[in-house]
Design a binder for this molecule. Structure first.
Ligand SMILES: *Cc1c(COP(=O)(O)O)cnc(C)c1O
Length: 389
């Protein structure tokens, strides 16, 4: 096994900047906020060649020098790939609308990135049992990587979670419970078990390393575009790990001199039936209060309250971007249009980004000349399809 240099130095509270030591098990910071991994970026700059990294195989694992895992024996790889960029050519002839198709990853969604890193770090830190509440793709990704490396998993789903997600998670080796409550209630149950010492709580942003996995979307995108970034990124935002992770990736890439100072506008896309971040963005607020009665067909972005709300909003504002909500009907139309006109089967969350692109274009928030990357975060085949007519 090849050994890679490791540059992780410590962790920092995302709100207060308070330092926490590496090499120990961490949940939230002292202040109860997400922790961010920090690296010796000067040493990376001096010692690592971006093109040598980009030539490696192994998908997101190729970025080892910018990831926290020290020992390769904890790398729980399942044949990851760099996910393709697909340029639209029928719906938009400009060549400026590009889909990044994350549905090609193990377990069919980009949850693979975050959970692979969280599981590898759990293994490195000696954790033996991980648990998580989920109403979608996170459970199967967690279960798959845990099974790969020999860690026990418990997953709790609201009882209205689609059967396919529950069955897939069970098939991949997790012990799955259905709870008659929403995701928040499932989260409370997982926390209670963690407090009793039954398992470690791997809820979104409650441990530091999922962001590091999601960060690789930003690293990979920069490399794919020849070490530049697009004008605008449309991202389907639930807990926001991906948006926060990409924003962190861009800052790290600039600090090590692999890209310049240009940043894309970051656009947080939500559904009108669950749009806490959009409301907070419109209100100029730093935090996003709980969204009552959350409803949307795009389950991955049905997240009524996000622990990293302030980090999402900070990235959107610093980037000069915006937050935008789309109707479920527009999501369904966008999915059908993309499938039939471009041959690309988006998941509903991915379709939401295309609906948002069209809406933002019509409203003049962006122009046809902007190079736009739309994240399709899951494989459309994992979701119900419209009935035959
Ligand atoms: C989880 C998920 C999202 C939301 O991702 P976050 O980074 O948590 O905001 C979007 N789309 C799909 C398909 C998902 O599974």
């Amino acid at each position: 096994m090849v050994d890679y240099a490791n540059y992780l130095t410590h962790l920092e509270c995302g709100l207060t900047g308070e330092r926490h030591e590496a090499g120990q098990v961490h949940g939230l910071s002292q202040a109860g906020k997400p922790l961010l991994a920090r690296y010796d970026l000067d040493a990376v700059k001096a010692g690592v060649d971006r093109d040598a990294i980009w030539e490696r195989t192994g998908g997101f694992w190729k970025w080892r020098e910018l990831l926290p895992v020290q020992d390769t024996k904890h790398v729980c790889a399942l044949g990851e790939v760099d996910t393709p960029l697909i340029t639209l050519n029928t719906l938009h002839e400009s060549g400026n609308v590009i889909i990044k198709d994350e549905g090609r990853l193990p377990t069919g969604s980009f949850k693979a990135r975050g959970l692979a890193l969280a599981v590898a770090m759990a293994s490195e830190l000696g954790l033996e049992h991980l648990a998580m509440p989920t109403n979608g793709n996170a459970g199967s990704a967690l279960a798959a990587y845990c099974s790969r490396i020999g860690i026990k998993t418990t997953v709790v789903c609201p009882d209205d979670t689609p059967a396919i997600n529950i069955e897939e998670t069970a098939l991949q080796g997790a012990k799955v419970y259905k709870a008659n409550g929403l995701i928040n209630a499932c989260g409370a149950w997982v926390k209670a078990g963690a407090d009793k010492g039954l398992w470690f709580d791997l809820s979104t942003l409650k441990e530091p390393y999922r962001i590091e996995g999601k960060k690789t979307m930003g690293l990979e995108l920069a490399a794919q575009l020849g070490w530049t970034l697009p004008d605008v990124i449309f991202y389907p935002t639930g807990g926001g790990t991906g948006l926060i992770g990409m924003w962190k990736a861009f800052a790290e890439l600039e600090a090590i001199g692999w890209i310049g100072g240009k940043r894309p506008k970051m656009v947080a896309v939500q559904a009108t039936g669950c749009a806490p971040i959009v409301k907070a963005w419109q209100d100029g607020a730093e935090h996003a209060p709980l969204w009552e009665d959350a409803k949307t067909m795009a389950a991955g972005i049905r997240v009524p309250v996000a622990l990293g709300d302030f980090l999402i909003l900070r990235a959107v504002r610093e980037s000069g971007g915006f937050a935008i909500a789309v109707e479920d009907e527009a999501i369904a139309d966008a999915r059908a249009e993309m499938g039939s006109k471009e041959g690309i089967h988006l998941c509903p969350e991915g379709a939401a980004t295309y609906a948002a692109y069209k809406q933002a274009l019509a409203d003049g928030q962006i122009s046809e000349k902007d190079q736009a990357v739309l994240f399709n975060c899951g494989n459309g085949l994992k979701y119900p399809m419209p009935a035959l007519r």
